[in-house]
Design a binder for this molecule. Structure first.
Ligand code: FAD
Length: 413
């Protein structure tokens, strides 16, 4: 292999490049990134950057070594021709590769009405530019912030607003926050926590429309329950969309879940055949995980991006030897609590509190599917998760048996 091209210059792209050098690759590496910025720390954006404790300019990711790589920043990959091993770029130039890594991640789902989305005061939060702009507006102390959607990023944003002493209304279509990732019981605990911190949380409700004043500034939001809210700022936190459009016509298998690959990170073509020269890693990837076999797994988390990038680098150099079988893990900080997750709670059909209590605010919940442990959530008890990670890996039966005398009562979700 002479020339490795990495499309997407963020967490997965950087770690793949570092791993290639660590594993002794001496050829050329080119990183192509749509954003003008070198790789930066996205998790900090909805936490320390929004509070103002960290400048968006200071979020650059540390480098473990000199990469001796070429950086093509501010230019997106626009097309892939696998026959000629060519990546076409947005500036009409093209690059040929011996091995290609697809690491184009995901982007924020934008507000569906483009005119409303363009109102001054409507923000997304995925890039450092988004966070820089939003942090500046929060520092100017808006009267009321509306957060649309209460997944992790929406909840973290609401938490920061309360920390800053700002009035915040969260509108969530589901019956509770975080239910998509963690299910209803944990969501109910999250709702209690948010309200205790002064969040005006409206669940089971949607935002129907955003309205602007004559100057094009956001001023009002209309909700499905008939209320109208006066708001200065709306943060759209409706989840992410994988950046796979540039792969149209490449013959690779792509879907809403991302670019499909095998457990060695080799891209799969539409006939189901892996391409040895095109690898996939990070938020853009989905792949069959041996422990979660109900279809391809797509994971939008930090740890996964790094691990998968390192596997992709190993496959580039040595072929399909190391498989990506690590358990997904995830953390979040909000409303003064530390949340850690292992496994895939979103695929569970049962959940039980197995340690502590939801009322006390420190607890562990285990998640089951088909009578097996598939995930665990720890709230303010981070060290508890190792035992559950082992149970997930061993396909232990659910509910987990910790202390035979007082086993947990599972509930359906
Ligand atoms: P991305 O970081 O999405 O990077 C993809 C890059 O590719 C982007 O820079 C993009 O501009 C670029 N790109 C896109 N299309 C093209 C193209 N056609 N050509 C070239 N370049 C392209 N995870 C956690 O585990 N814990 C957290 O607390 C946490 N907090 C988060 C908070 C926020 C606000 C966000 C946005 C994410 C958070 N995450 C968290 C998720 C974590 O940041 C992602 O899992 C990680 O960034 C994935 O890295 P990636 O390199 O796969 O993709």
């Amino acid at each position: 292999t002479e020339h490795v091209v990495i499309a997407g210059a963020s967490l997965a792209g950087l770690h793949a490049a570092e791993a290639l050098r660590e594993y002794g690759f001496g050829g050329r590496i080119t990183l192509v990134g749509a954003e003008p910025h070198p790789p930066y720390d996205r998790p900090a954006l909805s936490k320390r950057v929004l509070t103002g404790r960290l400048s968006a300019d200071d979020t650059g990711l540390p480098r473990s070594r000199d990469l001796d790589a070429q950086w093509r920043l501010g230019v997106a990959a626009q097309g892939l021709d696998r026959q000629s091993r060519t990546v076409h770029l947005a500036d009409s130039s093209s690059i040929t590769y011996d091995k290609l890594l697809i690491a184009t991640g995901a982007r924020a789902r934008s507000w569906p009405d483009p005119a409303e989305a363009a109102l001054d005061g409507v923000f997304g939060i995925r890039t450092s530019d988004d966070a820089r702009a939003l942090a500046a507006r929060l520092a100017a102390r808006p009267r009321r912030v509306l957060v649309i959607g209460s997944g992790f990023i929406g909840s973290e944003t609401a938490s920061v607003c309360r920390e800053l002493g700002l009035e915040v209304t969260v509108v969530e279509r589901s019956p509770a926050p975080l239910t998509g990732a963690l299910g209803v019981p944990a969501g109910i605990a999250a709702a209690r926590l948010q309200r205790a911190h002064g969040v005006d949380l409206r669940t089971g409700t949607s935002v129907l429309a955003l309205e602007g004043d004559d100057a094009g500034r956001l001023c009002r939001a209309l909700l499905s329950d008939g209320t109208a809210l006066d708001v200065d700022i709306a943060v759209v936190a409706l989840g992410a969309i994988r950046n796979v459009e540039w792969l149209d016509g490449s013959g690779l298998a792509v879907s809403d879940l991302g670019a499909h690959c095998d457990s060695f990170c080799r891209a799969i073509d539409t006939n189901g055949v892996p391409d040895d020269d095109v690898l996939v890693a990070g938020d853009v990837a989905c792949w069959p995980h041996p422990l979660f076999d109900e279809g391809p797994l797509a994971v939008e988390h930090w740890d996964n991006a790094i691990r998968q990038a390192r596997i992709a680098a190993a496959t580039m150099l040595h072929g399909p030897v190391r498989a990506h079988t690590a358990l997904p893990t995830f953390w979040s900080n909000q409303f003064g609590v530390n949340i850690k997750v292992v496994g895939v709670p979103s695929r569970a059909d049962q959940v039980a509190v197995v340690q502590g209590s939801v009322e006390d605010g420190a607890f562990v919940a285990a998640y089951g599917r088909g009578g097996r442990v598939v995930g665990a959530l720890a709230v303010d008890t981070p060290r508890a998760l190792d035992a559950y990670a082992a149970m997930i890996a061993e396909r232990a039966s659910f509910p987990p048996v910790l202390n035979a005398a007082d086993g947990p009562d599972p509930v359906r979700v």
